[in-house]
Write a protein that binds this ligand. Structure first.
Ligand SMILES: *Cc1c(COP(=O)(O)O)cnc(C)c1O
Length: 212
């Protein structure tokens, strides 16, 4: 299967308002360029060094999404150019992003990662913690970060009703925060359910680039 065929196939199945982030972690630049040449501009990476390298080597009009677990001491490397940081999972990290954004005289768009899965290995805030952060004065004092919405990963299960329930919990929660409009959930295995449950940004890797 050609990458352009995979992209077209996915795009034909999703509504126009859904942003498709092509998750290109571990994939070589020539594969990313095949997607780029097919019109893809949003790419997602999990590893800071890999993201930095690719951003230097590939066209400048790519919007780079950081979707992995971000360590505070690495924020500085991506702060100059990152388009959206999906996995913000602590207030300390948010403060560091704010600091680095100030240094580069820009506002960095972020998503709060919400823990919805049953496994306790996945990072993120509970819905209650997210609500408390968004209402706190400490948060309001951070002028160089903008929380654009929420990101999540569902449980790693075949049980689609469980996945649906988890996605729905974020969608319902997000309605309380109408100015936080990006809902980033859904991967190769569950993006259709995710969109049915309110996602407007899906992060798809293997269905575009093949297995890792
Ligand atoms: C790898 C990854 C994806 C993409 O997963 P696929 O199953 O390959 O589509 C999406 N989101 C995150 C956070 C990832 O780490």
């Amino acid at each position: 299967m050609l990458i352009s065929d995979n992209l077209n196939q996915i795009k034909s199945q999703i509504p126009d308002y859904v942003t498709l982030v092509a998750v290109s972690k571990t994939k070589p630049n020539n594969l990313l360029m095949q997607a780029y040449d097919a019109g893809q501009r949003h790419f997602g990476e999990n590893y800071v060094q890999e993201l930095v390298d690719k951003s230097q080597q590939l066209p400048k009009d790519i919007c780079w999404h950081f979707i992995g677990h971000l360590q505070s001491n690495k924020v500085k490397y991506i702060a100059p150019f990152v388009h959206l940081i999906h996995g913000v999972d602590s207030f300390g990290l948010l403060k560091e992003i704010n600091k680095q954004a100030e240094k580069h005289n820009r506002i960095i768009n972020c998503l709060l990662q919400i823990h919805i899965a049953q496994e306790d290995t996945k990072f993120g805030f509970s819905l209650l913690e997210a609500k408390e952060i968004l209402r706190s004065q400490n948060f309001k004092d951070l002028k160089s970060v903008l929380i654009k919405g929420f990101m999540a990963m569902a449980s790693n299960t075949e049980d689609s009703s469980q996945i649906r329930k988890e996605f729905k919990s974020i969608h319902d929660f997000s309605k309380e925060f109408s100015n936080h409009s990006i809902l980033s959930y859904g991967m190769s295995s569950d993006y259709q359910i995710a969109i049915e449950e309110g996602s407007n940004m899906i992060r798809v890797g293997s269905s575009i680039f093949g297995q890792r």
